[in-house]
Design a protein around this ligand. Sequence first.
Ligand code: NAD
Ligand code: AKB
Length: 315
Amino acid sequence: MSILVTGANGQIGTILTRNLREIYGKDEVIASDILRPNYDDDPFLMLDILNVQRIREIIEDFNITEIYHLAAILSANGEWNPLKTWNVNLNGLLSVLDLAREYALEKVFFPSTIAIHGPTTPKIDTPQDAPFMPTTVYGMSKLAGEYWCNYYHQRFGLDVRSLRYPGIIGHDSLPGGGTTDYAVEIFHEAINRGHYTCFLAPDTRLPMMYMDDAMRATNELMQADKTKIRIHSGYNLTGMSFTPAELADAIRVHIPTFTIDYKPDFRQEIAASWSQTIDDSRAKEDWGWTPAYDLEKMTADMIYHLDKFYSKKSN
Ligand code: NAD
Ligand code: AKB
């Protein structure tokens, strides 16, 4: 088995690559990105996902059998250059799917997102098959991507598996231009400055998940017996849901002097178009998903690790 991770230098890719190497061995997991990581991350290859010939060469040279296709431009950054975002997010995926078909790869992982939700999507306990009409180009590209994943499965039998990740929160990597990024930034600012100015309004409730849970969900999905996977577009998935004000309260349990103010920007409108809570019963039924982290447990773990990181840095 030889795994290629695209977008491996990002918030999730950094952790997922490490995690896959722990499971399958360092040399079996090839990390790739358009940006070189600033730490030792071998084996690492430069790969622009729009360079189809380069993906082909990597599949052949390294006998790739699985691709975890993370490369993408996220919701907030995507709005600065919609056509580029569509090109990277959708055409990048199409190249991966088509090469996976051509080379008969064993599995492909595609991370979808709650950004496929739009104003017509029910906001509470969003069902698996809700009406979706995303308002961002990122959401549009991911929803179209889900349809293509399902098409490649039905038409060519490709084993493509996908999760609709909520906002992911972790202490070991920084987010890359999404709308849920506030829920990571707030911890760094709380520890370093004791204050955070939030770009979302205090009552903006969004579905979120701790990185440890996201890694476990990804591994459980990818390792599940083929017969258990009944959805090949994207499984609804959730860990917790909270507002910026509730997260600030949870942080104050550990840092009582922490303060927050709010200056909502263009990301508020994006967040307001997404759901607040998710029904992930299909993931529970099909491959046994259960989250381990709630708001309190996630907050305690984030503060523990970031406290350790920053005090080591200052010594
Ligand atoms: P990120 O922005 O941190 O990382 C994306 C990576 O893709 C970056 O390292 C970037 O350099 C790379 N990239 C961009 N354009 C590229 C190109 N043309 N070719 C190759 N690489 C390119 O994003 P992330 O948070 O790590 O997200 C990873 C995946 O998970 C994405 O597909 C994203 O849509 C999905 N996702 C993330 C979240 C989240 O909260 N982090 C939630 C839902 C879904
Ligand atoms: C974003 O905010 O764009 C991402 C996501 C939920 O897909 N974190």
